[in-house]
Design a protein around this ligand. Structure first.
Ligand code: HEC
Ligand code: HEC
Length: 421
């Protein structure tokens, strides 16, 4: 154990190097540093241990000593790969290989065989040594998803989209374009996708934005940075060649698909995972929401919440909802009345009331007339009358990512007012 201090110094150096690697490849630097330093330390300690005379283990002991080790390795591989965003099939493959490795080491540690008696014996043993791992390898890998040449060829031979007719077919075509141009490599769409390098276009609700804005973000991604993606690596991440790769019809189809990315049950979410926030606590959005609320947003001309609800929150019209009182109950004039007060309104209720209005009152279904982008902003601002931004001690939690089932429910229950969704 004399050389332990040396081992510690080397491990610390490797840890610092790991940190640098983490920063450079935008992985988690402390985890990289810890993993590399830890492995070096372990290796060093093993090296400094006194050697013992080798003894042969019985089969049971041989297996029993390997199972706990491989279990730890398999669990670490599974969660490590999950953390770095590897698809589930890769996780399964990594774990399978650790099991194959275990079998290999068990075989290595088996009792020494008796010396072969004849050339036939040697050949038989040699053949068996190759056959066993090969069979294992084939069995395990055949369970994994296969590369299908016909499938890949069909993708290559697919005719480009040349005509754009708005509707469900264009949306389906747009989705294929999204997939085949590898947008999923950087963007999740709600629960789907492989990495969080770019914004989750589902929870961000890119579909709230105008088609022109979305198109510009695809063609000239450097012009406007997505909030929370201002770091130098993110700024340069999104490729700039889509304008050359996609024809006009393909671009329009892609935009129709992106326009479906909305969530009628939550405020949009901004920022790079895991440092995210919702529009409820976004200073810039609240400033824009104030403009909308007071009827000063040119893109939503004619919309003016303040004429009834008051620019300072004091209702200008009798019966108009008073946003200054956090204990105001939900209206009892709607069949879907909820037993909650303003401070506890779920995002979904807020959105439903503002887009669909309150029957037989001046609170009209604004969502049938105005873009929902501006309605969400006005709602976020309306909250400040009873809960001013500068008095808040914490942000509203970022909601969990909606599941496939929830998204189906929005469509089934017609939570969007838009028939295409
Ligand atoms: C190599 C990673 C990468 C790929 C591939 C990629 N993007 Fe992006 N994208 C980003 C990053 C990072 C951002 C955020 C920084 C920025 O705004 O440029 C972004 C931003 C965007 C935005 C703007 C979001 C906003 O807040 O307004 C849209 C829209 C978008 N991407 C669509 C796409 C589409 C469609 C594709 C495929 C055709 C694609 N991206 C492919 C990394 C990528
Ligand atoms: C023409 C007047 C008018 C305008 C404009 C108006 N509202 Fe209202 N709003 C009302 C009235 C009246 C009520 C009360 C309805 C009732 O009797 O329950 C109301 C109720 C509400 C409620 C409470 C619904 C509930 O759950 O009880 C919300 C939230 C709301 N308005 C938001 C807005 C927002 C945001 C805007 C702007 C985008 C807006 N309103 C524009 C008149 C208006």
């Amino acid at each position: 154990m004399k050389s332990l201090p040396k081992v510690l110094i080397i491990s610390a150096a490797v840890g610092v190097f790991g940190y640098g690697v983490g920063v450079f490849f935008s992985m988690a630097p402390p985890i990289m540093a810890g993993a590399m330093a830890g492995l070096t330390l372990l290796y060093g300690i093993l090296l400094t241990k006194q050697h013992r005379a080798p003894t042969e283990k019985g089969f049971f002991k041989n297996v029993a000593t390997k199972i706990p080790m491989v279990t730890v390795i398999a669990v670490a591989l599974w969660f490590g790969a999950g953390y770095f965003g590897f698809p589930i099939w890769w996780q399964i493959e990594f774990v399978s290989f650790s099991v194959i490795g275990m079998i290999f080491f068990i075989i290595l540690d088996l009792k020494t065989l008796k010396v072969e008696k004849s050339a036939g014996d040697s050949i038989l043993r040699l053949a068996f040594t190759y056959a066993l791992p090969s069979v294992l390898f084939i069995i395990i890998t055949s369970q994994l998803p296969q590369f299908k040449p016909e499938h890949e060829l069909a993708k290559l031979n697919k005719k480009p989209v040349t005509r754009f007719v708005p509707g469900p077919e264009a949306i389906a075509a747009g989705r294929e374009i999204f997939e085949s141009n590898k947008c999923f490599n950087c963007h999740k769409v709600f629960w789907e996708g492989n990495s969080d390098r770019g914004p989750n276009l589902g929870t961000k609700q890119i579909g709230l934005y105008s088609a022109d804005y979305i198109k510009e973000q695809i063609l000239e991604p450097r012009k406007i940075q997505s909030p929370g993606f201002e770091d130098p690596k993110s700024k340069k991440a999104m490729p700039t060649y889509y304008g050359e790769d996609l024809n006009e019809a393909e671009l329009l189809s892609l935009v129709s698909y992106l326009k479906t990315m909305r969530d009628p049950t939550h405020m949009p979410v901004e920022g790079k995972f895991p440092d995210q926030w919702t529009w409820w606590d976004d200073k810039k959005i609240l400033e824009e929401g104030k403009l909308v609320f007071e009827g000063k947003e040119p893109a939503a001309e004619g919309l003016n919440c303040a004429v009834c609800h008051g620019a300072d929150g004091i209702p200008m019209m009798t019966g108009a909802f008073d946003f200054r009182n956090p204990n105001n109950p939900d209206t009892d004039k709607m069949p879907d009345h909820m037993d909650v007060t303003l401070k506890d309104f779920p995002d979904e209720l807020y959105y439903r009331r503002v887009t669909r209005g309150v029957d037989n009152t001046p609170m009209a279904p604004w969502g049938l007339i105005f873009e929902h982008l501006y309605l969400w902003k006005a709602e976020a601002y309306a909250r400040t009358f009873h809960d001013p931004l500068d008095k808040r001690t914490e942000k509203k939690p970022v909601p969990p990512i909606p599941t496939k089932e929830e998204i189906e429910r929005w469509k089934k229950e017609g939570l969007f007012l838009d028939p295409l969704l």
